[in-house]
Design a protein around this ligand. Structure first.
Ligand SMILES: Nc1ncnc2c1ncn2[C@@H]1O[C@H](COP(=O)(O)OP(=O)(O)OP(=O)(O)O)[C@@H](O)[C@H]1O
Ligand SMILES: [Mg+2]
Length: 255
């Protein structure tokens, strides 16, 4: 199953939350995190892998096979982008990006998609292909932040993309967002320690922090109810498919 993190606004905390959430889930089920922001993705800094040349950009440019761009960070698999200005030279082909996502979806139970904050070509949300991913909107506790979240929700609804809910991040009691947003699944505190993870190259969820604590609560809730239920359905469908093809094979043998 695929879960995307999105907002049309930049800097709300999508990468921070997607990467840390993916890490948490990877301790329970096979999980891969994909940074889909091929021009602006900077999650390689967070994973301390920014010097590795085998990036998503390298694959899109035909420089290496898919398997070479999957890296391991403890139990979590990650596909990361080129953090240098060389990223702008990437030969972008939406179908090759979708191939990567589909390949990951075959191999892993959960695929976390960290989407770029734009509504232009290059964002898989706006390709004509069905990506069948459910979205978590990451909003920021500020007036433009909540306005951006409302716009994002409208846009996803117009695209007929399912929304799991909205996470309000960097909460500092600025906006009465609970009166405005009716699909909040978590509220993450503003926490200075979040900034340190970029410098240290260690995910915040590996350390004690108020942010990490809240994220763990949400990740537990998501895996416990939503993800496991969905996976059970996916597994049941797989078994049914296998059974069907076996049965058909049997009939073929008999005929
Ligand atoms: N809860 C938080 N408390 C304090 N700082 C935070 C918090 N969440 C994120 N930040 C900081 O906000 C900045 C933006 O975070 P991040 O890169 O995760 O956002 P993003 O939505 O992925 O951005 P982009 O749109 O550029 O991809 C970073 O410097 C990050 O450390
Ligand atoms: Mg980001």
């Amino acid at each position: 199953m695929k879960i995307g993190f999105y907002n049309i606004q930049g800097g709300t905390g999508k990468t921070t939350i997607a990467a840390n959430m993916a890490y948490y889930i990877s301790e329970i089920i096979r999980t891969i995190y994909i940074d889909c922001d091929i021009y602006g993705g900077n999650s390689a800094i967070l994973f301390d892998m920014e010097t590795d040349p085998n990036t998503l950009n390298a694959y899109l440019d035909g420089k290496c096979p898919i398997d070479d761009i999957i890296h391991e960070y403890d139990n979590l698999s990650v596909i990361l982008c080129d953090t240098t200005p060389n990223a702008f030279n990437t030969d972008f082909d939406i179908n090759r990006l979708l191939d990567v996502i589909n390949y990951a979806d075959e191999k892993y139970d959960v695929v976390i998609l960290d989407l770029p904050p734009n509504i232009t070509e290059g964002n898989i949300l706006f390709s004509n292909e069905e990506i069948s991913s459910k979205m978590i909107v990451v909003a920021e506790d500020s007036v433009p932040g909540i306005a951006g979240a409302l716009k994002t929700i409208e846009l996803l609804n117009a695209l007929d993309i399912k929304i799991i809910g909205t996470i309000v991040n960097k909460d500092r009691n600025i906006v009465d967002y609970e009166d405005i947003l009716n699909n909040i699944i978590a509220i993450m505190p503003y926490d200075k320690k979040v900034e340190e993870q970029w410098i240290e190259g260690t995910l915040i969820i590996k350390k004690r922090s108020s942010f990490g604590k809240e994220l763990t609560f949400l990740a537990e809730e998501l895996t416990g109810s939503y993800i496991e239920k969905d996976l059970a359905t996916i597994r049941a469908l797989k078994i049914a498919k296998e059974f069907k093809s076996k049965a058909l094979g049997k009939f073929d043998d008999e005929s």
